[in-house]
Design a protein around this ligand. Structure first.
Ligand SMILES: *[C@@H]1O[C@H](CO)[C@@H](O)[C@H](O)[C@H]1NC(C)=O
Ligand SMILES: *[C@@H]1O[C@H](CO)[C@@H](O)[C@H](O)[C@H]1NC(C)=O
Length: 388
């Protein structure tokens, strides 16, 4: 055996070469197939650039250019459905923006986009129907015609070859939408009929299908397995005399368990943690070396961080003021600290939050968890299980 072959054998004993081989050979064995007709949660792995699931079909096998499904979401923005032909040369996207349906399509350099109709992100099931004659795409919502989009293509040239469809994201990460969309979608679809294709869809690599809650209500649901992380400098605090950083969190705190909020510098220990303990019905606030406790209840949690003090209120009656003058915390906040909801980053001793935060506001602005630096994939950013 020559030295080159020896090299090759040695290289192939390393895990990367084995990994490659397994991937190449096992793409059939490892692929998870799921039906397109069932109840599907469109939520996908956080940070993933690819859709939750996709399918490829030969255009010749397509007998119907009609798709219908039911959609339920509280998320204002995200991608529901994507389709393309010729490897992305001509594409179509259906998404929501501000809760309103939006269709975009492109072919080569020509792009078009249309939005309108009722807001769909009300947490109720809506029937959606798309059909195309190759020139136009029509969108019907709950049985009423809502939108139409021209394709501006020579249909014949696009009715051959492969058609790819995907749910919960777009295929081809370089695709430039006409109006860029936050693709993450916290929503569920059911009763899908996708161009009358009966073949199963492929789940994206490393994706798991999350269950859908029976009924939903507004909020962000943390199942106790991870957190959502922001940079505090994205919410600049007022550095004036009686300014500071303000956070407001709504929800029924008696049903919370674990760390609701934490604030820490990049390497340091958390400066501030707010943790709910349902056993003792206490909300424990730690700021530096100081500690305070409030009684959990159906009140809004309000927090104000000023230069050397944090003030935490739970309802009108309860307040805890803790002082730490080792730093100017408002300056630290504005320079960028890790602001986390649902846990403490890189701290194995902390307990992740289990519970629903109905509303999170920082500096008076609603916080959209889909805009986090990082979010654990288990979190439902815009929906909580319904609780009366
Ligand atoms: C849909 O597919 C079924 C078979 O899977 C076929 O019998 C039916 O005619 C198709 N419908 C349309 C409108 O193409
Ligand atoms: C947070 O923002 C600050 C200032 O904008 C920046 O210097 C820092 O790198 C950011 N940190 C992270 C983790 O993105």
């Amino acid at each position: 055996m020559g030295s080159r072959e020896v090299m090759l054998v040695l290289l192939c004993m390393s895990s990367s070469c084995l990994g490659q081989a397994a991937q190449g050979r096992g793409s059939g064995a490892e692929t998870q197939l799921i039906s397109g007709n069932g109840l599907i949660n469109l939520g996908r792995r956080w940070g993933s650039k690819s859709p939750l699931m996709h399918i490829s079909v030969n255009m010749r096998e397509i007998t119907s250019l009609k798709s219908s499904f039911e959609l339920r979401t509280l998320d204002p923005e995200g991608v529901v459905f994507y389709g393309d032909t010729k490897g992305g040369e001509a594409w179509f996207v259906l998404g929501l923006r501000g809760g309103v349906p939006e269709m975009q399509n492109g072919k080569g350099n020509s792009l078009s986009s249309v939005a309108g109709g009722p807001k769909l992100n009300d947490g109720k099931w809506h029937k959606v129907e798309l059909h195309s004659d190759g020139l136009f795409v029509w969108l019907e919502l709950d049985g009423t015609a809502a939108l139409m989009l021209g394709l501006h293509t020579n249909p014949d040239s696009y009715l051959t070859g492969e058609m790819r469809l995907s749910l919960g994201g777009i295929l081809g990460s370089e695709l430039e939408l006409m109006n860029s969309l936050q693709t993450e979608m916290d929503g569920c679809v059911r009763a899908g009929n996708w161009l009358n294709i009966s073949a199963p869809w492929e789940l994206g690599p490393n994706e798991v299908l999350h269950p859908c809650f029976d009924e939903i209500q507004k909020g962000s649901y943390f199942p106790g397995t991870g957190l959502a992380l922001f940079n505090s400098s994205d919410f600049p605090a007022n550095q004036m005399e009686d300014g500071g950083a303000e956070v407001k969190i709504q929800g029924h705190s008696l049903s919370w368990s674990g760390t609701v909020l934490s604030l820490k510098g990049s390497q340091d220990e958390a400066v501030l943690t707010i943790t709910a303990n349902p056993q003792t019905e206490e909300l424990i606030v730690k700021f530096g070396t100081q500690k305070g406790s409030l009684k959990l209840g159906p009140h809004t949690l309000y927090l104000k961080l000023s230069s050397h003090e944090v003030q935490v209120e739970l309802g009108q009656e309860q307040r805890s003021n803790l002082v730490d003058d080792t730093h100017d915390w408002v300056t630290m906040w504005n320079n960028g600290m890790q602001l986390a909801f649902g846990g403490v980053p890189d701290d194995s001793d902390s307990k992740w939050l289990e519970g629903c935060l109905s509303l999170i506001q920082v500096q008076g602005q609603d916080v959209d968890l889909d805009r986090a630096l990082h979010q654990d994939s288990s979190i439902s950013s815009h929906s909580c299980p319904f609780s009366p």
